[in-house]
Write a protein that binds this ligand. Structure first.
Ligand SMILES: C[S@@+](CC[C@H](N)C(=O)[O-])C[C@H]1O[C@@H](n2cnc3c(N)ncnc32)[C@H](O)[C@@H]1O
Length: 270
């Protein structure tokens, strides 16, 4: 997969050389190219921002450097792969989810446009939206000073899904939010050796060697954790995707099914 990032702080993207993403780069699974937006400015001060039309506080990123930078990046596409997905980090975008990470991990080429100031002149998004699949994406309901940290977040989530990046290819299938049986669930607690630490043991079932019981225990723990931390996930999950043991786990936690729509509802008072 090829990833291009255009930023006024290329050094902010240096963590892309480290750990899992760094290894994926050195093994050739990921081709990451970081570009300095200021290379496409033409004045002495390398200006990338200007005052907002309509007034108000803050500055807005000028369209010209972004246009030149993106034209340059697009022109470097390999034959057959000339049209990347353009990922625009913005708090006003659609939420970045595991589902979107999975979807983007299937693309051959992603271009990220982390902004600063109050964001990028809207016409840039409109211009490239006519030619490319543009995704405006938010990593959460808070506002950061720039889009570089969101790019690091998204690239790490996407890269670990690529074949050959994680040591054990199956390990992300049991993760919180993993499409399939974990789509609306959070993973429960995990343990490793020693079997006793500071007087604390580990749940007996994990030592039983009984795969069926262990799987069931893990799933029950996932329900306990999800109802505690993210009840909204259980309320919106597809009730028909749950088996009788899942239903029993939820009932044990005081949850009940809505008589009208069949969805699960949290216990009264929670
Ligand atoms: C200070 S923010 C601009 C916020 C913008 N005025 C608003 O209220 O939506 C500057 C840049 O940081 C990035 N950014 C900040 N918070 C983000 C978030 N939650 N998700 C994705 N990108 C974010 C975006 O690239 C954004 O254009």
């Amino acid at each position: 997969m090829r990833l291009d990032v255009v930023s006024i702080f290329p050094e902010y993207l240096e963590p892309l050389n480290v750990s899992l993403v760094g290894k994926a780069r050195s093994r050739g699974v990921l081709d990451v190219r970081v570009h300095d937006l200021r290379d496409w400015t033409h004045d002495r001060h390398h200006t990338v921002d200007d005052t907002p039309y309509g007034g108000g506080p803050g500055m807005v990123m000028k369209p010209e450097p972004w246009g030149e930078a993106l034209d340059h990046v697009l022109a470097s596409g390999a034959p057959g792969h000339e049209r990347p997905v353009l990922v625009v980090p913005t708090p006003s975008g659609r939420p970045f989810t595991q589902e979107l990470a999975v979807e983007l991990s299937a693309e051959p080429w992603l271009v990220f446009t982390p902004a600063r100031y109050e964001g990028i002149d809207r016409r840039v998004i409109e211009e490239y939206g006519e030619r490319l699949d543009v995704r405006e994406v938010s990593i959460g309901d808070y506002v950061l000073a720039g889009g570089e940290a969101p790019v690091l977040v998204m690239v790490e989530a996407i890269a670990r899904l690529l074949p050959g990046v994680l040591g054990n290819a199956a390990s992300h299938q049991d993760d919180s939010f993993a499409p399939g049986a974990m789509a609306d669930l959070l993973e429960g607690p995990v343990y490793t050796k020693p079997p006793e630490w500071r007087g604390r043991g580990i749940p007996e079932v994990l030592l039983s060697g009984h795969h069926g019981r262990i799987a069931r225990w893990r799933r029950d723990q996932a329900f306990a954790r999800t109802t505690g931390h993210r009840p909204d996930l259980i309320e919106r999950c597809d009730p028909d995707a749950l088996d009788k043991y899942d239903r029993a786990a939820l009932e044990e936690l005081g949850w009940y099914r809505d008589a009208d729509d069949g969805h699960w509802r949290r216990p009264p008072g929670e």
